[in-house]
Ligand binder design. Sequence first.
Ligand code: GDP
Ligand code: MG
Length: 334
Amino acid sequence: EFDLTAPFQPEFTTKDQITNRHKIRPILVPSANGDRFRLNENGLRSVLGHSAIQNRKVVIISVAGAFRKGKSFLLNFFLEYLYALQKSQQNDVPLDWLGEETQVHGFHWRSGAKRDTVGIWMWGEPIMIENHLGENLAVVLLDTQGAFDNQSTYQQCTTIFALSTIVSSLQIYNVVDAIQEDSLQNLSLFVEYGRLAMQHAKQFGKPFQSLCFCVRDFKAPEEFAFGEEGGDQYMDHTSPDQPDELRATRDQLSECFDKLLCYLLPHPGHRVAERNSFRGHVKELRPVFREEIRKMVMTLLSPEALQPKIVNGKPATCKRMIQYFKEYAATFDS
Ligand code: GDP
Ligand code: MG
């Protein structure tokens, strides 16, 4: 029912990555199948198992949240940036991305009601990026399908969300309009589930690394400015009508994650939101959206900001990450 073979094998030399981006596709890594779910080990190995990168540190960035809220679309901006950054690093030229002619693509995104399979889609190759310390990091992107939509069981969603949180160094929780109580409560349940699943591992400090709320179509920029600073204020603000539970959830989240962040994004414009004919052309975006998403991506994913995944207090290598995925998938598949 899903492709167990990788569509294209990434290529690496000892120094650089040779990328054939147009041949790369996302791969379904674990997928839900009734109450169980299966790990696509071949797919995982095709992304992380190349001998040239087995000892490289790995950065795992995941986007999760409800269905049809622009998660895959956002991930395609991450791809644009990371490939442009890699190009500028390899050829020693200035970074140039999100130009007038850009058409974002990669992860499957579309309008309409038909959804993709419940599971985690992994970009078919890690993107090698040199950080500010001169380390060559393998950056892996995950698109998490299925949180909260009515067709998938709650158990499936919880499992998929928990697994993506456990394996990622940055989990982006995508919501529309506002951080609402019900989505916070869902989130805290998922996180609790993930925390319990991790208890057998000897973990030091907080179980998870970074959690970033991304609020799409934010409508009150005069109250809280778009971007990170407004996001921080938005996340920290308290209003008299806010229930205590909400505060409790926030406190619980800050106990579980090393870092909490929030970005407020404007509406991308009606061509993006309402037209079936929209094909990802950047020139059709509302300029304010283009500017804000550019800033967001360049801050979250800059070479200084990329955080290797930490497992048991140590940065994980690509080789270790395959093992880690398998261990946790086994924990959930019972
Ligand atoms: P996903 O199911 O969360 O991955 O959502 P998609 O990325 O597939 O996007 C679903 C639809 O929402 C597409 O038609 C996009 O063009 C549109 N879309 C993408 N980003 C935004 C956004 O920030 N706001 C609005 N209103 N629509 C968006
Ligand atoms: Mg999607």
